[in-house]
Design a protein around this ligand. Structure first.
Ligand code: SAM
Length: 635
């Protein structure tokens, strides 16, 4: 349950023809669900408990990675009195696509055949892999815009007076979001619409190839924003001649261009940027995150709109590109994302860049199982007896069939839609007045699950006073079910003293992994194998002459060895404490080809099944290839 609600940016924008944001929202954007957005904005940003998970290096600059939703991350920052100097966000585009990540089975150091395979330097296609959902980008426009409105209001509330914001979108929804930004930040604070143009392999079709994204850039409070003039570099010869222009703020507070004697640095940067997509063989591509943006794009934004030591925030951080570039350019960073995969990818990327930071997790009950999409997938199977009921409206997830009470319709909030996550009077009213009266006449009870609730007693009283049906309403806390989702992996390991013959390591400790099993990963592999078999059968059915169809590539089921070491992606040893915040004193990461990085440094070695540490390990943390983490204490 939220500890409290923090007010959004409360003031209307002076000098605009808008007297009240809410009124304008209603007038301009007239969404059907609009009242709910207004109610939520009035209530404020939900503040949840925050738990520090890990600390990396000597984090004197206060860099943070936050696992949780943008809205609650902003509530936390505001409560802490922390402001940010530059925001870049690349939120879901409402593209209608579910994003997935490929999960690669690693090589097992104890299986000879796998070693031989790995030494051949395989292609991606030859590696054993399956897919996992990362996040859903399937929205209807109204919901998306209501959601975005709240997020932008929340972000504005933590921007410093000289801060600016870049919102990265494309043709799907960008034009609508610009209207929201005019409203939230004020038309007068609009700075640029930047076009990021990228070349790619265009295929002839019936319209122009779509080769650009759009970034809307707004100041929090013009004219105080940071702008460092950038140039498109000219050749050295031409830059030696001529004068250049510089943008300065005069004593009267007005920004003007003045001529300087400095040699011309090139053409002042226009608002169309040609920057290549990430090259498949570039180092930054190794993080392998769907929708990942190039570092060159962020480098330009950070150089133009922030200075060293300032705080740069990305509330939809994905692969951690903003944090990585910020760390490299001497800026401080805040990275936020709902997905565990983003947090791990960013953590590992920043460790490779030798950055210091803390990892915090928002305890809102949603981030329990990898990400909201996967948690939703899991939920249905966890409610005993729940089955689909086609005769019910899609508002209901299905029904539990009871011999005494017949069908009991069940409502589950959609974790991907923050407007349904909280059970408040508005939602309860909708259930009582719109959803329940349409149920079959013989319905005696409904079950309403909630992930968060404004006030249980208040809602129960509201039901007692307003339920005009004969149907009983049972409220249930979804988090109790979600807790059951997390079944830890099993690991067997041996710790021994290590006295090296060579001088590569000092005397220390060796943690050898003997066996690893993960029901969570195994289930995914079983699903993949089953699907593959079904596809083969279908292919055979379709053959016309009755003979089995020849497939170009034969389906090979994934099998896992007895020791299961190929299911491990990352191992970290904590030699400092047996509980509390994690501190990694030694760690290894195994990439998809089997090469190992040690403490963030890549090597050309394959993993040999053990991890070295200088001091006695007290705890071991193992991350499986799907990203689930298990911690064991060393006895
Ligand atoms: C387009 S991706 C960002 C990619 C990133 N710019 C990069 O270059 O790697 C959008 C990200 O937003 C995250 N996300 C979706 N809804 C969110 C929310 N409400 N709060 C925080 N992050 C969210 C997703 O998990 C995803 O990683």
């Amino acid at each position: 349950m939220a500890i409290k609600y923090i007010p959004y940016y409360p003031d209307t924008i002076e000098g605009q023809a808008i007297l009240d944001n809410f009124v304008r929202t209603r007038r301009m954007l007239k969404y059907r669900d609009n009242d709910k957005a207004v109610e939520r904005i009035k209530r404020g940003m939900p503040l949840y408990e925050m738990e520090k998970q890990e600390t990396v290096g000597d984090n004197i600059d206060g860099n943070i990675i936050i696992r949780g939703e943008c809205l609650s991350a902003c509530a936390y920052l505001k409560e802490q009195g922390k402001t940010v100097d530059l925001v870049y966000i690349d939120p879901p585009f409402a593209s209608g696509v579910d994003y997935a990540k490929k999960v690669y089975i690693r090589r097992n150091p104890k299986v000879a055949e796998a070693i031989a395979q790995a030494e051949e330097e395989m292609q991606d296609d030859d590696l054993k892999a399956f897919e996992e959902k990362m996040y859903g980008d399937v929205w209807d426009k109204e919901k998306y815009l209501n959601w975005m409105y709240e997020n932008l209001m929340a972000i504005k509330s933590v921007m410093s007076e000289t801060a600016s914001i870049y919102v990265h979108l494309d043709w799907h929804i960008g034009h609508y979001v610009k209207i929201l930004m005019d409203e939230i930040f004020g038309e007068d604070n609009f700075l640029n619409e930047v076009i990021w143009y990228y070349r790619r392999w265009n295929i002839a079709g019936n319209s122009y190839a779509k080769n650009h994204d759009t970034l809307f850039w707004y100041a929090k409070n013009k004219p105080q924003y940071i702008y460092n003039q950038l140039y498109i570099p000219k050749s050295e010869k031409s830059s030696a001649q001529g004068k250049s222009w510089k943008s300065v703020i005069g004593e009267d507070g007005v920004r003007r261009s003045v001529q300087t004697d400095e040699p011309t640095k090139g053409v002042p940067m226009p608002d169309v940027w040609e920057i290549s997509m990430i090259n498949p063989v570039a180092e930054e591509r190794n993080v392998d995150y769907a929708t990942q943006k190039p570092e060159a794009l962020l480098e330009r934004i950070l150089k133009a709109s922030s200075n060293e030591g300032m705080i740069v925030a990305d509330f939809f951080g994905g692969s951690g590109v903003t944090a990585a570039v910020a760390a490299r350019l001497g800026r401080n960073f805040i990275h936020c994302d709902v997905g565990i995969n983003s947090i791990q990818t960013t953590r590992d990327r920043l460790i490779a860049g030798k950055a210091a930071f803390d990892i915090l997790e928002i305890k809102d009950g949603v981030s329990l199982y990898r990400n909201p999409v996967q948690t939703m997938d899991k939920l249905k199977s966890l409610i005993p007896g729940l089955c689909n009921q086609d005769s019910l409206d899609k508002f209901w997830e299905g029904a539990i069939i009871s011999s005494k009470e017949g069908a009991i319709p069940v409502y589950i909030p959609n974790l991907m839609d923050s407007s349904t996550k909280l059970l408040d009077i508005v939602l309860m009213n909708r259930i009582l007045r719109e959803a329940m009266p349409d149920l079959p006449d013989d319905t005696r009870r409904v079950i309403v699950y909630y992930i968060d609730i404004t006030d249980l007693t208040e809602i129960e009283t509201f039901i007692a006073d307003n339920n005009n049906t004969l149907i009983e309403v049972e409220l249930r806390d979804l988090k109790e079910i979600l807790d059951e989702v997390v079944v830890k992996d099993y690991v067997e390991f041996a710790v021994s003293e290590y006295k090296p013959k060579d001088k590569v390591f000092q005397n220390g400790f060796k943690v050898e992994i003997l066996r690893f099993t993960s029901d969570r990963v195994q289930r995914k592999i079983d699903e993949y194998n089953q699907k593959g078999q079904v596809n083969i059968l279908r292919g055979e059915e379709q053959s016309e002459d009755g003979t089995p169809q020849q497939k170009e590539k034969k389906f090979k089921p994934i099998t896992i060895s007895e020791t299961g070491l190929e299911l491990i992606e990352h191992i970290s040893l904590d030699c400092s404490a047996t509980e509390g915040v994690w501190h990694s004193d030694s760690e290894i990461k195994i990439d998809k080809l089997g090469y190992v990085s040690k403490n963030g440094t890549k090597t050309k070695d394959f993993w040999d099944g053990w991890v070295y540490c200088e001091n006695k390990p007290l705890r071991i943390k193992i991350r499986n290839i799907c990203g689930d983490e298990t911690i064991k204490t060393v006895e």
